[in-house]
Design a protein around this ligand. Structure first.
Ligand SMILES: [Zn+2]
Length: 422
């Protein structure tokens, strides 16, 4: 099979151009889904894809599909997809690099008239970040809904999603944003098993592993399984100046003891790949003259192995059986998900494509969720990661070199051609 290379010059131009749409003035972007900035990015996508003869379709959730026909009019499409929306003060690569790479693949195919049997589609998923209208991965959750596990389905009901309120004004809904965006198309255009064969998503790594190893690209094998728990502590509010220390029930002191305990006990399991985070904490009444009577914190834990996650769970649950600093502790499961493995054959195509094109690479897990995760319940799916500078993401200094981005697109192109020839 012939090998093909994507264009560094064209990729660099796309990165520069898309970085203008939502430019926040200090190196990064704020580009909420369906905002005027997102519409500019979508117009750029349309302009460039129509210039190479791709046909644009839009579904009822504003997902966009640009398709180059293949030699077999009856063949199912191969789709490369990611998102154009960002978090507040995010970077120029998360999501949009997957869209630019998909565009770059189609542009390279068109430029070199690369023969292919299946139609090839570059796709934009709407509202992956959920940063204005939560939750994250909202629209892939709706599109893939019929195939999702039961406990995930409940979080992505169509009517609930349309009613999701803007985090900025608490009034405007996702459904209203969709109606006024001008991008509400036809439901029959949605990605489905009937029309699509495979999905690929290229994304920045969002971690430091590739850079530390001096490698360009990650061949991703799975999205890590994870769980999310809440810990709640109940004490008694008293005056900070008048009440003796030995009689207090300080819920924050109790919570801090448990956070320490969790770190000590989980670290004893001795697995450097295991990650766990307390990222959210609520303290009541949160007044400097009051001893807190209520504290609530989150614990997010991720690892490939279900056995190891179970061991962490034992530690988590053991916290509920005792009093901490005189306070009652409740532990509640919010949600969990198993490790989702990518399609083995597509994973193999990506690995071969990296080997044959001489792009340095290693196998990686994904610690973050992506639209590809939900798509994998519908279609054979896989992912490719591109090196992130300093592992930074969801922030303005987020950066991948144009060379790394182009190498990633080259691997994507050749992996797609293998899937096409299969
Ligand atoms: Zn993303």
């Amino acid at each position: 099979m012939s090998l093909y290379e994507c264009s560094l010059e064209r990729m660099t131009d796309k990165i520069k151009t898309f970085s203008k749409y939502g430019d926040a003035g200090h190196g990064g972007i704020t580009r909420y889904t369906l905002s005027p900035e997102d519409v500019l990015a979508r117009e750029e996508f349309t302009k460039r894809m129509e210039a190479i003869g791709a046909v644009i379709e839009i579904d009822d959730l504003a997902n966009m599909y640009a398709t180059l026909p293949g030699s077999d009019p009856d063949a199912k499409r191969i789709v490369m997809a990611s998102h154009t929306d960002s978090v507040k003060n995010g970077g120029n690569y998360d999501g949009i690099l997957g869209v630019m790479s998909a565009m770059e693949v189609l542009e390279t195919v068109a430029e070199h008239k690369i023969p292919h049997k299946h139609p090839l589609t570059a796709m934009i998923w709407t509202n992956e970040e959920g940063s204005l209208y939560p939750p994250a991965m909202m629209v892939s959750g709706i599109v893939c809904w019929d195939y999702l596990p039961e406990d995930i389905k409940g979080k992505f009901k169509y009517d609930d999603m349309m009613a999701s309120k803007s985090v900025l004004d608490g009034e405007d809904t996702f459904g209203e944003a969709l109606d006024r965006s001008g991008y509400k198309g036809d439901k029959k255009n949605r990605l489905s098993r009937d029309n699509y064969k495979n999905m690929f998503e290229l994304h920045i790594e969002q971690g430091p592993i590739l850079e530390d190893a001096g490698l360009d690209v990650g061949v991703v094998d799975c999205v890590l399984g994870m769980f999310n728990y809440r810990f709640r502590f109940y004490g008694q509010t008293v005056h900070a100046g008048t009440f003796p220390m030995n009689k207090r029930q300080d819920a924050l002191w109790a919570a801090s003891q448990v956070i320490n305990y969790l770190h000590e006990e989980i670290d004893k399991l001795g697995h450097p790949e295991l990650v766990y985070t307390t990222g959210e904490i609520v303290c009541h009444p949160n007044v400097h003259t009051c001893v807190p009577d209520y504290v609530d914190f989150s614990l997010d834990c991720r690892h490939e192995s279900a056995d190891l996650r179970d061991k962490v769970l034992e530690i988590v649950k053991s916290c509920a059986d005792k009093e901490w600093a005189g306070c009652k502790c409740e532990v509640e499961k919010m949600w969990n998900r198993d490790t989702v493995y990518w399609d083995k054959k597509l994973f193999g195509f990506v690995k071969e494509a990296a080997e044959e094109t001489g792009v340095s690479h290693q196998v990686l897990h994904s610690g973050a969720g992506h639209d590809a995760q939900f798509a994998s319940y519908v279609l054979p799916t896989t992912m490719i990661f591109v090196q992130s500078k300093d592992g930074l993401s969801h922030c303005e200094p987020e950066y991948s070199t144009p060379e790394h981005c182009t190498s990633g697109a080259t691997v994507l192109l050749n992996a797609v051609l293998k899937a096409d020839a299969e």
